[in-house]
Design a protein around this ligand. Sequence first.
Ligand SMILES: [Zn+2]
Length: 241
Amino acid sequence: MKSSAAVEILRVDDLDVQVRVSERRRQVRLTVERDSTVSVTVPPGTGQAELVKLIRSRRQWLYGKLAERESLSEGRPPREYVSGEGFLYLGRSHRLLVVETGPTDVRLQRGRLEIRQDVLHEASTALIAWYTRRGVSWLPGRLRPWAQRMDVVCGELRVRPLGYRWGSCSLHGALNIHWATMQLPPDLIDYVLVHELAHVHVPEHSGRFWRTVQRAMPDCNARRDRLRRLGPDLWLPESKT
Ligand SMILES: [Zn+2]
C-alpha cells in the first residue's frame, strides 16, 4: 500500500473496504461506520495480502457490526411466494398474483405483481431480476438531475446485490445501487443516489461529505431516519443478497 492521504477501495469477498494509510498508525484499525461503510486504517508498508487475511479473520465481527448498524438486515419477515403476499415497489405495496401464462416471468399489471407459475420454483431469483430490470430503466433518469445539481459526472450505473449496503461508488464515479432500493419510495431512493453522488466528491464520511449531501438535499437527515425505519419492511432473501 502506498503511503498517501488517498482512500483506496479494497474488495474482500462481498465487502468493499476503504483503506487509508496513516503514518501515525502502528496497528491496523478496522471500523464499521454509522452508515455501514467498512474502513481500515493501516500503517505504511502494510501488504495487501496481509490486509485481506486480517479482514477475513475478522469477518464474524464485521458482519455482526454491519447487522447492528444497518436496519436493512434486521427483523425482516420472510415472504411466501403465493398469491396475496405483499411486495413493495417504489414505496407502494403490491399483491403477488400467480398466473399461468404471461409475456414475462414477472410483471406489474394493474397494480398486481404477476409471477408466472413456471418460475415459482425460483421465485426469488425471478423477482430480484425484475427489481434489477426496473432499476436499470428507472434509476438513470432519476439520477441525472441530481448529478447535474451536484456537479458530478457519472460513470456507469449498475444495479446489483450489495449485501448490507444501499449503494456504493467507485472513485471514478461508477455507481452501484442495491436492487432492493427499488422497493423504497422515490424520495428515499433520491437520498441513496445523493449519498453516493456525494461520495464521488468525498470518499469518506467526513464533515465535508455530510455538508455536500446537505447542500444538495437540505432535509437529508429526515430522509435518512425514514430510510432506517423502513429498512426492516423490505424484502431481502437471505441467500441472494
Ligand atoms: Zn456512504
